[in-house]
Design a protein around this ligand. Structure first.
Ligand code: UD1
Length: 426
């Protein structure tokens, strides 16, 4: 089995580049389905989730050409007049993000048959809010044989309230509403930078959307949309991962291509831990030359601290001075990561959706398994501050969301390599 073998001890120093956000790009790619013709998405991360989304779109009749511009790609997706409304299990099971073809398919073809998604093992991830919103717009929706089957006789705008500002539900309702008859108002909408990015691309395709970046989105349906060219917003979770890595390793990392405004709370935590945080024209820098101080973490929808940064924060807190309380409000199973980092000597105790982390001077290297993307990079950060060698298995999770991860780490001075390992046999 391939693992990342990390030898602890290095202080990370230097610069890294962040490109487009996985959680935006997948939705942008799905939204291309809304307009026949060729749409180009730039600042595309070379990650496996993008490859799977491309294959899914090709399976629906689209052409997709990727162009490499150094480490950053562009993809041009050519959407036919006639689309196949089926998203097969073969692709959908691999990435949660593929459920976001539901809204565009309903809008374009009046029907959809989308396999129920797979994705990270971070807890139960229901779709009730997606369904309730689409039903209010006149869509008949049911689950049959592992597929979401949707039929929209007459797709019409409606007032919709979300119980919780779900990212995916906001996206699916919005991408259906842009071609519906009349106006849809989504109250308690998610307002993550990735939602704003999707809104911007839709507007450039001719959609009418008011309230972008707020929790009330007003969408007036139009007859048709046109293809566009759009650069994806940069990945705030990858950028935040580098900030936590700098903190944990008492390092000095310049993160290029990131927007610190998307990470206000996370960077404020870094500053409170003793890190020096400097906003730059095209990113930010985090530097610290002593042991970080502990800080509490509460995960919340944006602009709260992202659940996708929680494992990386725990990794930094496991070697901080003091005790931290972590409250996970989005995905209960995310604490599976705590069992793994505990194998490296971290003092982490969980109870329901809370965890207490008592910082130690150092962890100790061990074989561990990534349970999801963010747990994977959290374990690598832990390996960097552990004595001896850590082997992180199931690294396909990391490849789903991080571009040239170990190469960038080596550039910062880390000792890390991708090798075959016998430790995880059987
Ligand atoms: C997206 C991100 C994921 C991130 C999450 C929260 C993608 C591909 N994934 O996931 O990385 O961790 O946002 O920022 O963009 N919920 C329901 N019913 C629903 C929908 C959601 O109960 O119909 C619950 C979920 O179980 C969860 C919470 O709402 O507890 C938030 O989920 P949501 O914002 O929808 O996350 P995703 O879009 O799945």
């Amino acid at each position: 089995m391939q693992v990342l073998r990390v030898t602890g001890g290095a202080r990370l120093a230097g610069a890294v580049d962040v490109v487009g956000a996985k959680n935006s790009v997948l939705k942008l790619m799905a939204a291309t389905l809304l307009a026949p013709g060729a749409t180009t998405i730039g600042n595309l991360p070379a990650i496996s989730d993008v490859t799977i989304m491309r294959q899914l779109l090709e399976g629906m009749g689209c052409g997709a050409v990727e162009i490499k511009d150094g480490p950053v790609d562009r993809v041009t997706i050519t959407v036919p007049d006639e689309l196949s409304p089926e998203a097969p299990y073969e692709f959908v099971r691999k990435i949660r993000g593929s459920i976001c073809v539901l809204g565009p398919l309903i809008a374009r073809t009046g029907a959809a048959k989308v396999a129920l998604p797979g994705g990270d093992a971070i807890g139960t991830r229901p779709l009730d809010m997606h369904f309730a919103g689409l039903e209010r717009m006149g869509v008949d929706i049911r689950v049959e044989h592992g597929y979401v089957v949707a039929e929209a006789g007459d797709l019409r705008g409606a007032p919709i309230w979300l119980d919780f500002p779900s990212v995916g539900a906001t996206e699916n309702i919005m991408t259906a509403a842009v071609l519906a008859k009349g106006t849809t108002v989504i109250d308690n909408a998610a307002r993550e930078p990735e939602i704003v990015d999707l809104c911007r691309m839709l507007v450039s395709m001719g959609a009418l959307i008011d309230g972008i970046g707020t929790s009330t989105l007003e969408i007036t349906g139009v007859e048709g949309l046109r293809p566009t060219s759009h650069d994806a917003v940069s990945d705030r979770i990858v950028a935040g991962t580098w900030a936590m890595a700098a903190l944990a390793t008492r390092g000095d990392i310049t993160v290029r291509g990131a927007d610190p405004a998307h990470l206000r709370i996370a960077l404020d935590k870094v500053a409170r831990a003793g890190g020096e945080v400097e906003a730059l024209a095209d990113g930010f820098r985090v530097a610290i030359d002593r042991r970080p101080k502990s800080f509490d973490v509460v995960t919340l929808p944006y602009p709260g601290l992202a659940t996708d940064l929680q494992p990386q924060a725990i990794a930094a807190l496991s070697v901080a001075d003091g005790t931290a309380m972590i409250t996970e409000n989005l995905f209960e199973a995310r604490f599976m990561f705590c069992d793994e980092i505990s194998r490296m000597g971290a003092d982490v105790r969980t109870d329901g959706h809370h965890a207490v982390v008592r910082g130690k001077e150092r962890l100790s290297g061990a074989p561990v398994r990534a349970t999801d993307i963010r747990a994977g990079v959290g374990l690598v950060i832990a390996g960097l501050v552990a004595e001896g060698v850590t082997e992180v298995a199931e690294i396909h999770h990391i490849d789903r969301g991080y571009v040239r991860f170990e190469e960038q780490l080596r550039g910062l001075g880390a000792e890390i390599e991708r090798v075959e390992s016998a430790s995880f046999g059987g």
